[in-house]
Structure formats: structure tokens, C-alpha cells
Design a protein around this ligand. Structure first.
Ligand code: IVH
Length: 712
């Protein structure tokens, strides 16, 4: 996966600088994946890997909201090119929903709520179930009963002003019905297109020689975001109201179902299939019922939404990052189709990962034309035994990259041969592809070029990482400049050492850098000085900057501390690369360093190109500063901590990482050795045991107070 080696530091352990750096990199990477997926229809990563990048981005942003970038992928959710509509800040953010796919997840959802609210056995918990409309959500603000502003969801905090267009929607009342209405009422719901209207619009588009829409949702979005409300008016958009935002004096009713009835009374269309249920079984029954009617509803739905009925309970349950704890979307299974696989193409990502992509006979799945599907990796191809010419079943769910699910073996042509995954990189070097070890120490499935700096697919990414803020941090040498020098004919930079020879080369060049676009005498002078200033660098930064897989900042720091000097580290790394078991064992024994790192070090220094790149770089530097001894002066250093209950401000992994970073040991159970028990809501036997044993029990907040860090 692109950038996996950058994402090893737990979110709770990131410093703001690291977080900013990583967010920049993620924005960049995700945008590139989006472009490949949406514009080029040629993804280079699997859904899971893509999702992991987004999840990581969200997690970092949740902890550092002040670092959320203008170009953050989270801001682009559902938002097409913007800039033509005025921005509207939502008084109450528009959130998203957590997804559930399996029945068990629904049972867990109900259980979790019962536990959280401590609802006793016999007491009923009412949860509503309603279709999840596959359209786009909109917030309608009524002031004094009149429609004042209609806004799209946008990034959830800020959307676009589409008031003029929304006024053309028949289902949206221009004035609310009823008396004694609150001054401000924000109504939320879904704008969508019925199947019949979608078909008519596409027929018209086609007749006019214009592009057709892929599905009703895209057509609805395209129609709502028209600059000319006349066009929107010609597209019969519809609206279901199902939620609310800001309401003066709070919601006038005390339950979800009563509020939806109230919205109906105000003049909105609400979904007739909504039901109140008092058990998980009843919810699942509604789910099956709605699923069985899906084809005849006349509009697209992609699941069923469950919401805790009592509003006071919704308030108590609150939110986790950007989704309510009191609601969940139970999605329908993905849509499937069969088609012929024409070819398997290998795409090379910026980390040298070779991803096989199935080139398909184009086919419509769930209203979208699909011609590429990811095959993930060589193992997946072998598992499916998918061969060129095979008929394959593909599936797509929502907006994710289509997948090949299985081969329709009965339709296999007589002359097929098993697919042979390449063993050499597509790059000019034809370097061997290697499978890296995963973080958990198993052999990985991703085939990567071992060329690192020498592989053109990877060079630019490596250089970008090399100069990034937590690495060499050269002022005035960011991604843009790296891209410039990478391409420049007069002052090419193809390896880190080239950065340090820029000034010397510029001196002897006929065409000077200062005369080039984007540069001037002063900026060139500053740049060269900034580069010179980095000829002395701390060992941990240096190791991190090399861009060895799995060697993120934390690992680099550990390696630096363990070896102390560059010479010691380099000598060991070279021995490991040559297969020296003793050197391997020595590195393996370092706290928190496992096979994944040791293998990555072996592969990195085992490639002669890399070795040369590193040696040339070292020759350009003045000094690599030896590492300091670890600091152990934190209030929890050397203490043993146990976490229990539902932590609300950090995940269990984050909590653990944070404690370890502060020098504490984290244990799974309470014993005599335990110093602190950090207990969240719902803590059970561990809490009792800790109290009995006289262990200091802390709430999450008290823990943060103790270690002097803030939670979210
Ligand atoms: S409730 C706080 N109800 O799903 C939760 N959302 O993944 C507010 N959606 O952005 C949303 N049908 O566009 C809710 N019956 C329904 C829905 C629904 C569709 C969409 C909505 C939202 C997304 C969340």
C-alpha cells in the first residue's frame, strides 16, 4: 500500500508536526488514488488499503482538528468540484453514519447502547428503522417559518448554498405548516431522483448528445449543483425529511419517531417505511422486509438506518469522531455481475507496489459502468485462479473499487493458462520484486520493487519523504520544488545527494537557477543556505529520512537510540543484509522492533543501488549527530498501567501507545504489580479487582491530567 511505512506511529503518539506532515502526505496520496479511480478508472490500490488511508486521515484529524487542511480528503467527501456556490457554515455539523454489514454488528450495536446507557434487562429500548436513501443530504434552514437557506452537506461543517435550486423541489415546503413554530428550524434529509425520472433525464441527455449520468445519485447531485436553477427545475428532484439540525429551543418532541411525525405535520414528505422496534430481532426483520421491497420502491436505497428513538438518550450517547453513537447504517450487500476478463495489467504505485488490475469487458453493475477491477495481489490471483479470458463475477458496493469475486469455471475457454505474476519491476532497472514482511511479522502479499531510490516509480516519493518536515526538513524545498528538480534538465535531482550538490552544479551551469521561473536571486540564496544548514543532522532523523519500509519516526528513534552512531547502525544493517544471524538477532531484540523492520532493513541495504545512494549522501554531509539516551522523567515511567471499560477519548491501541511512549508498561489484567487502572464507562471485574487490591483507579480525564496531555 502506498505510504504504509509512514503510518506506523499510533495516532495518539503523533506530535503536531508529525501529524501535519502526515496529513499533507495523506491528502496528496488519497487525491492521487481518487484521480486514478474516478478519472482514469484505473485504481492502483485495493479498497481496504484505500480505506485504511482515509481512516488514518480521519483519526489524525479527530485528534488535531486545528490541522485539518483545506485540501483534506475528509472535506471532499461527496463534494464534486466546488467554488461556484457560496459557502454555508452548518450551525450543527452534518454527520455521517457508521456502517454495519452483518447481523451480528446490529446485535452488537444494540448491546453497546444498552451497556452505555446501563438499561436494565427488563426495560425496553426503542430503536427506529428506516430506508437509507441513496441521494445527497441537504440541510434546509427555515427562519420565521420561511425557507431561508438550503445547503449541501459538503464536508459536514461547511456546504454549498443551493437555495435557489432547492426552491424548485416540490417536496420542499417554502413555508412550514403549523402554528407556534420555533424561530429557526433546520430540517435535514435526502435529495434524490426516482428511477423513472432518472431514466427520462438520461434519455433526454442522450437525445441531446450529452453525457448520460451513471446512476440516480450522480444525476441528483448534478441537477442540484446547477448554476442555472431553470435546469434544476426541469429535473424532478424529490426530498425525504429524516433529521434536524439547529432548532430554537431544541426539538419540540422527545423522540425520533415523534419528530418525524412533526416534520410531516410541517409539510415534509417522510418515508412511509420507518418503523419503531424494541429488539435487534425486530430491526433485522424490518431490514429483510425493506430489502425485499428494494426493487419495487422506485428509488435507490443502499441500506437501513437504525436510530435510538428517545432524544434524551441520543444526547447521552453522543458521538464518536464524526458519527453518532446512537445510529448506524445497516448496508445491503454489494451488487454483482459477470463479465469477461480481457487482460491483467500491472500498475506500479509510488512505493513500487505492483498491483494487478483486471481489465474487463465493460459491464453495468448497479447502474455504473465498470471496466477495471482490482485483483489486489498475486495471492489473490492464485486463490481465484483467475486467467485471461475467464468469465468472472464482479461486485461493487457503493463507491468502492470493484472486486473480482470468483471465476465462473464452467465458462472457462479451453486454452487458458494460469496467470504468471511478474518477478521483475516494470522500471528500467528490472529489479527483483520482493514481498515485504507485514507489521505482524508474516510474509506480505504485496510485491514491491526493491529498487527504492533507484526505481523511477519510487524516486520522487522517496525524495519527497526525504525533505519532509520530520526528515531533513529543508526550508524552501517542498513537494513542488522536488517535483521541479526531478524534471529539470539543468539541475536534476534523482537522489538525496543531488540536493547537496545543487549549489555547486548551479555555479558551473550556464543557465542559472535564479533565472528560472519561480526562483530569484534571493530565493536561490536562501535555498542553498537552507540546504547547507542541513549538512548536520540528528541520527534518528537521518534514519527516518532514508525511507526504509516500516521505519517510521518512532522506529527510527528506537534504532538511533539502540545503535547510538550512524557507523554502528550502518555496519549492523550491512551485516543483516548479508544474512548475519547475530546482527539480526541483535536488532530483533530492540524493544518494539520485530521481523517486519529487520526484513525491511535487510532488503533496503541488500540492494546495491540503495547502498550507493546512502553512501553518496553521507559523503555530502558534515556530521550525523549521535543519538541521546532515552528520557525517563515522566510521571508514569516504569509504572504498570491497565486500561479497561469503554475509553471515549482514545482507542485502546492509542491508549497503549501513549502509555508506552511515556515509559509505562501496559498490562492486560490487574495484578499486584499494577500501578494504575484507567477505567472508562462499563468497566467490570478489572475495576472491582483493582479496588480490592488498592490499585489507583483513574478516569480517562484523570489519566490525561496525570500525564499532562489532552485527550482529543
Ligand atoms: S440520518 C446523524 N437517515 O446517509 C446522522 N441519513 O452516512 C444523520 N442518509 O449523510 C443522518 N438516508 O446523506 C440518516 N434515513 C436516513 C438516511 C441518511 C440516507 C444518508 C445521509 C447521510 C449519510 C450518512
Amino acid at each position: 500500500m502506498a505510504g504504509r511505512h509512514h503510518t506506523t506511529t499510533p495516532v495518539a503518539a503523533l506530535t503536531p508536526e508529525e501529524a501535519a506532515d502526515e496529513l499533507a502526505r495523506l491528502a496528496h496520496e488519497i487525491a492521487a488514488h481518487d484521480a486514478r479511480y474516478y478519472q482514469e478508472d484505473a485504481p492502483t490500490v485495493s479498497d481496504a488499503d484505500y480505506d485504511a488511508l482515509r481512516v488514518r486521515n480521519t483519526a489524525i484529524e479527530a485528534r488535531f482538528p486545528e490541522l485539518i487542511r483545506e485540501d483534506s480528503p475528509s472535506r471532499k467527501v461527496g463534494a464534486a468540484p466546488t467554488g461556484k456556490f457560496a459557502k454555508v457554515r452548518h450551525a450543527v455539523p452534518m454527520l455521517s453514519l457508521q456502517n454495519a454489514f452483518a447481523d451480528e454488528e446490529v446485535l452488537e450495536f444494540v448491546e453497546r447502547i444498552r451497556r452505555f446507557l446501563r438499561i436494565p434487562e427488563g426495560e425496553s429500548l426503542v430503536i427506529t428503522a428506516e430506508p437509507k436513501i441513496d441521494g445527497l443530504s441537504c440541510s434546509l434552514r427555515y427562519e420565521g417559518g420561511a425557507l431561508a437557506v438550503a445547503a449541501t452537506r459538503g464536508d459536514g461543517f461547511e456546504g454549498e448554498d443551493v437555495t435557489a435550486n432547492v426552491r424548485t423541489i416540490e417536496d420542499v415546503p417554502k413555508r412550514l405548516k403549523g402554528r407556534g413554530l420555533p424561530d429557526v428550524v433546520e430540517v435535514r434529509g435526502e435529495v434524490y431522483l426516482a428511477h423513472a425520472d432518472f431514466a427520462a433525464i438520461n434519455a433526454r441527455q442522450q437525445a441531446a448528445g450529452k453525457p448520460v449520468f451513471a446512476n440516480p445519485r450522480n444525476a441528483a447531485a448534478g441537477s442540484l449543483r446547477q448554476l442555472d436553477p431553470g435546469i434544476t427545475a426541469s429535473r424532478p428532484l424529490k426530498f425525504f425529511a429524516y433529521a434536524w439540525g439547529d432548532i430554537t429551543g431544541g426539538p419540540p418532541e422527545d423522540s425520533q419517531s415523534a419528530m418525524v411525525r412533526w416534520l410531516k405535520g410541517c409539510g415534509f414528505v417522510t418515508n412511509p417505511l420507518m418503523k419503531a422496534c424494541d429488539s435487534a430481532e425486530a430491526l433485522l426483520a424490518v431490514y429483510r422486509d425493506i430489502e425485499s421491497r428494494r426493487a419495487t420502491l422506485g428509488y435507490d436505497i443502499d441500506g437501513v438506518v437504525y436510530k435510538v428513538d428517545r432524544i434524551d438518550w441520543q444526547e447521552r450517547l453522543g458521538f464518536v469522531s464524526r458519527s453518532p453513537r446512537w445510529a448506524i447504517a445497516h448496508k445491503f450487500p454489494a451488487e454483482k455481475a459477470t463479465t469477461v476478463l480481457r487482460d491483467i495489467e500491472i500498475q506500479v504505485g509510488r512505493t513500487g507496489a505492483h498491483t494487478p488490475v483486471a481489465k474487463l469487458e465493460p459491464i453495468t453493475v448497479g447502474g455504473v459502468v465498470v471496466q477495471n477491477a482490482t485483483l489486489h495481489n498475486a495471492d489473490e490471483i492464485a486463490r481465484l485462479d483467475v486467467r485471461i479470458g475467464d468469465t468472472v463475477e464482479i461486485q461493487r458496493a457503493g463507491d468502492v473499487i470493484p472486486q473480482v469475486v470468483r471465476v465462473v469455471i464452467e465458462k472457462r475457454p479451453a486454452d487458458t493458462r494460469p496467470y504468471e505474476f511478474p518477478i521483475l519491476c516494470k522500471c528500467d532497472l528490472k529489479t527483483a520484486l520482493v514481498r515485504e514482511t507485514t507489521a505482524s511479522g508474516e510474509e506480505g502479499v504485496v510485491a514491491r520493487c526493491s529498487g527504492e531510490f533507484a526505481c523511477p516509480y519510487q524516486t520522487i516519493e522517496h525524495l519527497r519523504h526525504f525533505v519532509s518536515r520530520r526528515a531533513f526538513d529543508v526550508e524552501g524545498l517542498g513537494e513542488k520544488q522536488i517535483a521541479f528538480f526531478f524534471e529539470d534538465e539543468d539541475l536534476p535531482v534523482g537522489a538525496p545527494a543531488d540536493i547537496f550538490t545543487l549549489a555547486k552544479r548551479d555555479e558551473t551551469n550556464f543557465k542559472k537557477l535564479k533565472d528560472k521561473e519561480g526562483f530569484g536571486s534571493l530565493s536561490v540564496k536562501n535555498l542553498f543556505e537552507a540546504i547547507d544548514a542541513r549538512r548536520t543532522i540528528a541520527l534518528d532523523r537521518f534514519i527516518y529520512a532514508l525511507g526504509i519500509r516500516h521505519v517510521g519516526e518512532t522506529t527510527a528513534r528506537q534504532l538511533a537510540r539502540a545503535y547510538g552512531t550512524w557507523d554502528a547502525f550502518f555496519a549492523t544493517a550491512q551485516r543483516i543484509a548479508k544474512g548475519d544471524a547475530e546482527a539480526r538477532a541483535e536488532m530483533d531484540a530492540i524493544d518494539q522492533i520485530g521481523d517486519a523492520v529487520v526484513d525491511a532493513v535487510a532488503k533496503y541495504f541488500g540492494e546495491s543501488h540503495n547502498e550507493r545512494v546512502v553512501e553518496k549522501l553521507v559523503a555530502e554531509l558534515d556530521r550525523i549527530v549521535d543519538a541521546e539516551k532515552p528520557q525517563s522523567a515522566t510521571p508514569v515511567a516504569g509504572k504498570t498501567v491497565v486500561f479497561t471499560g469503554a475509553l471515549e477519548k482514545m482507542t485502546r491501541d492509542e491508549a497503549k501507545a501513549m502509555a508506552e511512549r511515556l515509559g509505562a508498561k501496559v498490562a492486560g489484567s490487574v495484578s499486584k504489580k499494577t500501578d494504575f487502572l484507567v477505567a472508562g464507562p462499563g468497566a467490570g471485574s478489572k475495576l472491582t479487582k483493582a479496588r480490592d487490591a488498592g490499585v489507583t483507579v483513574l478516569t480517562e480525564d484523570e489519566w490525561f491530567a496525570l500525564v499532562g496531555e489532552t485527550g482529543t
